[in-house]
Structure formats: C-alpha cells, structure tokens
Design a protein around this ligand. Sequence first.
Ligand SMILES: Cc1cc2nc3c(=O)[nH]c(=O)nc-3n(C[C@H](O)[C@H](O)[C@H](O)COP(=O)(O)O)c2cc1C
Length: 335
Amino acid sequence: MEVKSGMPTTSTALTPTFYVGNVPVYGDLVLAPMDGISDLPFRQLARALGSAMSYTEFINGVDVIHGHPLLEKRLSFIEEERPVVYQLLDNDPGRLLEAALALRQRNPDIIDINMGCYARSVVGRGAGAALLREPGKIAAIFKSLSQALDIPVTGKIRLGWDENSLNYLEVAHAVEDNGGKLLAVHARTRQQAYGGKVDWEAITRVKAALNIPVIGNGDVQTLEDVERMKAQTGCDAVMIGRAAITNPWIFQRLDRAEVPLETVRLTIHLHLERMTAFYGQDRGVIQFRKFLKKYLTPYHLETERMTHLLTLETSGEVIRYLDEVLKSIIAEQMS
Ligand SMILES: Cc1cc2nc3c(=O)[nH]c(=O)nc-3n(C[C@H](O)[C@H](O)[C@H](O)COP(=O)(O)O)c2cc1C
C-alpha cells in the first residue's frame, strides 16, 4: 500500500460517482467532518487512501467574521484534497451569508451548513441541530447562500430534534428546493447524540424523496456495513466518522484486521510527522495522542505501556518507543 502518494486512489476513475452541482466526486466513501479529528493532516491521509471528498471540522461563522487564534489552522487545506468542503456552523442567516462570502475568497469547492451538532453550547444559541426546529430558517439560509455563491451549498442533518419531531423529510426538501446541492444524513436525532439506535430507513426515505445526491451516515464500522448501507438506502456515498479514526484504511476498502502491522507503523510515522509539521512539535505530539491510541486499539497494549507512550513529549521519543512496542507485538505473534 502506498500511503505517501498524495494522489487520491479514486480519482483515476473515468466517470464521476456523482456530482455536487458542477463538482464531480469520484468515489463513494467520505470521511465525516469531526471537530478535533478531521484536521488537514488526517484529511490528507484519508483522502490519499480513497475518501472522496474533504470536509473540514465545523467552522464557526462568528470566528470567520471576528477572528479566532485557531481559525487559520481550521481553514488550511491543500490542493490534493479537492473537492474541499468548508463546513459552516451558525444560527444567524445574515452572519452565515457574510461568513460564507468571506470563506469563498479562499477557494473551497463547496460550502456546507452544519445542522447536526448536538453540543449544548451550539444548540443553546440555535445553531447546529437546533436549526432543525426551524425549517423556514433553513430554507432562507439555503436560498440566500445558493443565490449569492458561485459554488455549491450543501447540508448535513440529523433526523430531527427528538423522536417526537422527526422532520427530516421537510428539512431535506427545504434544502433541495432552495438550491442545496447535496445532503448528508446522520440517521439519529439530536436527543440521541451518538447513542441509541441508528435509523438507516430514514436515509432510504430521504434518498427516495430527493433528486440531489444523498450521503448516508451513522454507525458504519466495517466494509460489510458500507455495502449494507448502500444496498439498503440507495445512498450515493457513505460517510464514516468514528470508525475511520481506528481504521482510515476503510477508505481503501480494507477492514482493520486486513491491514498489516508494518503499514500501520509507517502510517503512524507519517501522520505524526505531518502533525508536528502542521501544529509545531509540542502541540503536534499532544494532538496526535488521540489518533495514536486509536491506531493501537486492536493490539490491546498493557495499560502501563500505553500510558507511557501517551505521555512522551517529543515525536522522536514516540517513534522510538512505538517501534519497540510494535516489535514486541510481532515477536509475540510469531511465538
Ligand atoms: C469527535 C467528533 C466530532 C464531530 N464533529 C463534527 C463536526 O464538526 N461537524 C459535523 O457535521 N459533524 C461532526 N460530528 C458528527 C460526525 O460527522 C458523524 O455524523 C457522526 O460521528 C456519526 O457517524 P459515525 O457513526 O460514522 O461516527 C462529530 C463526531 C465526532 C465523534
């Protein structure tokens, strides 16, 4: 496997899998936007492995307009990630428009509206999943942004606020009828957060109701899940979040058990190197720990070794100790 190549493996396909407005997308697996996870280094890795689009972590509209010390990092992307989707989060239609026009200057391919974030601080101000309670506002947002922008505007939703307000079909139509060019559906309500049962049947209903492409999302962990979701819902692509942190090779259509340990080792080296190049040595190592823990989950390291690994402070120390640990895992496997 070639993890160093910057070229997405799927872009060699001759026919686009689907279009978002006039933007061709090659491939049917997509890394989910994840705050604190889908930064440039992880997106680059996932995209090279075959994730078909690059969604950023949510970008707060207020930060775009008033500035934020961490904003520049969140907005950074590289050419080989295209199509790049900037995901905007806000509750105020006017501010969303202003922020979207400002972000347009940075030349993303697509602007997406977050209608799924469940965090109290976000819904408390009417943003994220709280927008689902106001389909009229969603319609107004999509109308104004799609008229003002010359790139596609898309949305990512949940099924509704709670089980008593499953208004996803109304919301889906509000998006499509007002110029939205793609809808990603996380098949849970706001109330469910990340627990409870995911309802893929709702994705089937959205796909049947809309003409624009639909991306299905929620609890896809294995290749079997990918194929099952596609067959069951007819969705144009499958979006994978949490499972991709442990197994970014899912975008190469490999289950984690199929990935050789040496590939995992080299990917960890590359990912850490990119993290420290992007964030600087100290912050890069700290930010990398959550990924390292996930990469190593399948090996069930003893707590003591894991704790030591996750408290080392330089990338050199991490690499040296990691290689030692992995060597001993290979030795155990051989014995
Ligand atoms: C740590 C974390 C951060 C997330 N941040 C975002 C975000 O910034 N924007 C968004 O639309 N969804 C966000 N999500 C939701 C995911 O995109 C996805 O909808 C959800 O995790 C369900 O997919 P999964 O079961 O494959 O993980 C986040 C999820 C997680 C676990």
